[in-house]
Design a protein around this ligand. Structure first.
Ligand code: ADP
Ligand code: TRP
Length: 356
């Protein structure tokens, strides 16, 4: 497997942590689509999985966040199940980290109500997810408040656990930054209660390009290479990938730098000698696009073979997934409820009338 350039030692945060102590990190994934793609995998999932061994990691499925776009009961249920299976199959180990569903820990929603008071309306209007919709021509009466409030729920997700770092892809940086702003604004009023987290984004894979060679790989843009889809689907996605637009025939010298097919080879193909050889031949004009793509397809099959098999086994045992999530929710709630209580006490919601 490829090196990610994102190493455990890079976990840094604003709160000093003794060297011997494990660092607390946290991340979530929104089940807004039916399956993960290799952009999610190399940008977020793989770094998260690599980090679970040497850190105290909390990972969760942000099912309440998905409601901003998924409002069909059956679709949401399927998305949630799929993303959980995807994560477990790809190597998330519930013995090494705390893995849970956001909605199983009500403190997330409760904390959100508090945090909304520590960010201004103007600041919220500057957030990308909201602004992008406006730019795409949506008028404000078609944008739901869930989308507008998305960053506040995300800040609640994070601040409840006091993590020092948030491993995510580049597109989530702004969300982590506004979380820091909310924590800072809260701390300014009440003292050092909340921990300011750092985004933890891989330089090499924080923004994996899509098969169109231009935009970020994203399920909503239809420019993805999947992981668990049928092989024919993945073959088609790879064969439709853009390459060097100036190369007409296989005998024309081609460009390797920035060519999406070689970006994917560098990510996926464990046979580095094969990748070097293909690049050399591409530059000389002695290999065609079809062969380069077929080799990528073969590499994809090798890289994800075990995960695909594991996913089938897990899918057949729903009771095991239920057990994993129950345990995760209990462990997460212990931490989250403690912070919520501290926050309630700090702001005056828990006082002499209701304090136990
Ligand atoms: P999508 O854009 O396909 O809807 P999500 O928003 O669900 O993906 O992202 C899930 C996680 O994967 C986030 O941490 C996000 O930053 C990361 N991610 C998504 N797309 C990419 C990409 N193309 N490159 C790197 N990371 C990505
Ligand atoms: N917004 C993230 C995504 O779309 C998911 C998410 C929700 C998250 N809450 C979070 C990520 C807290 C990191 C920390 O993938």
């Amino acid at each position: 497997m490829v090196e990610q350039g994102l190493h455990k030692a890079e976990v840094t945060g604003s709160t000093p942590v003794p060297a011997t102590m494990k660092k607390r990190i946290l991340s979530g994934i929104t089940p807004s689509g039916s399956a993960l793609h290799i952009g999610n995998y190399f940008g977020a999932v793989k770094p998260q999985i690599d980090l679970q061994y040497d850190n105290e990691a909390f990972y969760f499925v942000a099912d309440l966040h998905a409601l901003t776009t998924v409002q069909e009961r059956g679709v949401l249920e399927n998305n949630i199940k799929n993303v959980i299976l995807d994560y477990l199959a790809l190597g998330l180990d519930p013995e090494k980290c705390v893995f849970f569903r956001q909605s199983d820990v009500p403190a997330h929603s409760q904390m959100m109500v508090v945090l909304g008071n520590y960010v201004t309306f103007a600041h919220m209007q500057r957030m990308h997810a909201f602004k992008d919709k406006l730019q795409k021509g949506a008028v404000t009466d078609t944008i739901n408040m869930g989308l507008f409030n998305y960053p506040i729920l995300m800040a609640a997700d994070i601040l409840l656990y006091k993590p020092v770092a948030i491993p995510v892809g580049e597109d989530q940086r702004q969300h982590v930054e506004i979380t820091r702003d909310m924590a800072e604004s809260f701390n300014k009023k009440y003292g050092d209660i909340l921990v300011l987290p750092e985004p933890m984004i891989s330089k090499e894979t924080g923004r994996v390009v899509g098969t169109d060679g231009e935009r970020k790989m994203s399920k909503s843009l239809g420019n993805v290479i999947g992981i668990f889809e049928d092989e024919e689907v993945i073959h088609k996605q790879i064969m439709s990938c853009f390459t060097d637009p100036n190369r007409i025939k296989a005998t024309d010298p081609g460009r390797v730098d920035g060519n999406p097919i070689f970006i994917f080879h560098d990510l996926l193909n464990d046979d580095k000698a094969e990748v070097s050889e293909l690049k050399e031949r591409y530059v000389k004009g002695t290999v065609g696009d079809v062969e380069v793509k077929e080799r990528l397809f073969a590499a994809h099959k090798r890289t994800f073979k075990d995960a695909r098999e594991r996913r089938n086994t897990l899918k057949a045992d729903e009771e095991m997934t239920r057990r994993i999530l129950r345990k995760g929710a209990e462990e997460a709630a212990t931490v989250a409820n403690q912070t919520l209580r501290e926050v309630y006490e700090t702001i005056g919601i828990i006082n002499s009338l209701n304090k136990k």
